[in-house]
Design a protein around this ligand. Structure first.
Ligand code: SAH
Length: 357
């Protein structure tokens, strides 16, 4: 693994247990201190070294001096009256804002995290990219989104989707580090099978991820079945053709044995015809991909419209008839700035960039 990206100070929460042991060595403390500290950070979810009550005071002070202990400040929290979905807006140590979502499902609680501050992929229908890209998130800053939500709700989190603001493959090392830390047996031990990484389709990233030995799910944001149409809504399609994408997805399936998901935002009069459905089935069938249909979330600055519920059902039925496994994503938290990146945007509109309430 690449070494953790450090700030000037050592970012302790981004370190693996082995790295933490090494970092503590010069302090001359017993070896088990690293294990205790890892447990405080990743299992007991301490908000500061001060809370680590079974560690000697002098050692806690050394830790405060040695490195940065990343935590997030909750700036806004909205709870849906419709379905209990909760949206969180967090301030990072440098006051940048990120958004995360807590969702309850029958199979367990799921958290959706952001991987970057802003995004530079420029997908036309997406609110997260409208203000551009500011910076990558550290592994600790992604972990803290999950931990802060666990602290705030007092609930267990069993599922993770990296589908918030940002393109995970554009912050590859930190994202993979984050996944390893969250699924580490000495930490939260979250099952990798319950982790999904969503990408707009950066081919070298997909191929690299296939080699990591992880058991996570890859979700590919497809949204169109021809290069021509895809280029109109996703600038990344200028760089990678659908053919290259399909080869990379097949490679991922082959190497990991994990069924790939195609995400497909249904947009009225853009990609919701019978021809589109037939094209999508033809792409999904060879690699037995699962298709997740997402009626597009209207974004104020864009004019994209959802197909009617009946049209979406027809599109789904057409795929099913072709033998494709398909779901329509249930919309959660519609009453609380539910759509991607909208809570953050509302705050950015109100306050100068970076400043928080
Ligand atoms: N950058 C990654 C992950 C973030 S977006 C990616 O592109 O996959 C997570 C998913 O939400 C992607 O499939 C994205 O295309 C989709 N999405 C973004 N804005 C949307 C909107 N307004 N309506 C529906 N889906 C949207």
């Amino acid at each position: 693994m690449e070494p953790a990206e450090m700030n000037e100070n050592k970012d302790m929460k981004s370190m693996t247990l082995a790295e933490l042991r090494e970092a503590l060595q010069p302090l001359g403390v017993p070896r088990y201190r690293a294990d205790q500290m890892y447990r405080w950070m990743h299992v007991q979810l301490a908000e500061s070294p001060e809370q680590m009550s079974n560690l000697p005071r002098a050692f806690r002070q050394q830790m405060e001096d040695m490195g940065e202990y990343v935590t997030l400040r909750t700036v806004d929290r909205q709870i849906s009256r419709m379905d209990g979905t909760q949206k969180f807006l967090f301030a990072l140590p440098d006051d940048n804002l990120v958004e995360s979502v807590f969702m309850r499902y029958r199979f367990g609680n799921s958290v959706c995290v952001s991987s970057q501050v802003g995004c530079r992929m420029g997908c036309r229908f997406c609110a997260s990219t409208l203000n551009g890209w500011e910076r990558n998130l550290l592994a600790s800053e992604m972990l803290e989104q999950v931990y802060a939500i666990m602290r705030a709700t007092g609930e267990r989190v069993s599922h993770l989707v990296i589908m918030g603001t940002g393109e995970p493959m554009d912050n590859y090392d930190n994202v993979v580090r984050f996944i390893r830390l969250l699924s580490s047996p000495e930490g939260q031990n979250l099952s990798q099978r319950n982790i999904t990484v969503s990408t707009c389709g950066i081919v070298p990233g997909i191929r690299r991820l296939a080699e990591e030995g992880l058991q996570i799910t890859l979700a590919l944001s497809l949204h169109a079945t021809t290069d021509e149409k895809r280029r109109k809504i996703m600038p990344i399609a200028e760089q990678y053709s659908i053919e290259e994408l399909m080869k990379a997805a097949a490679y991922y399936f082959d190497r990991t044995g994990r069924q790939v998901t195609f995400e497909y935002s249904l947009i009225r009069d853009v990609n919701d015809t019978d021809t589109d459905a037939a094209g999508l089935a033809a792409l999904a069938r060879p690699i037995r991909a699962h298709v997740n249909l997402i009626p597009v979330n209207p974004v104020a600055e864009r004019s994209f419209v959802q197909p009617s519920a009946e049209a979406a059902q027809r599109f789904k039925a057409k795929l099913e008839k072709s033998g494709i496994s398909v779901t329509i994503r249930r919309e959660l938290g519609r009453d609380i700035d539910g759509a991607c990146g909208q809570l953050r945007r509302r705050h950015l509109d109100r306050e100068p960039f970076g400043k928080t309430i």
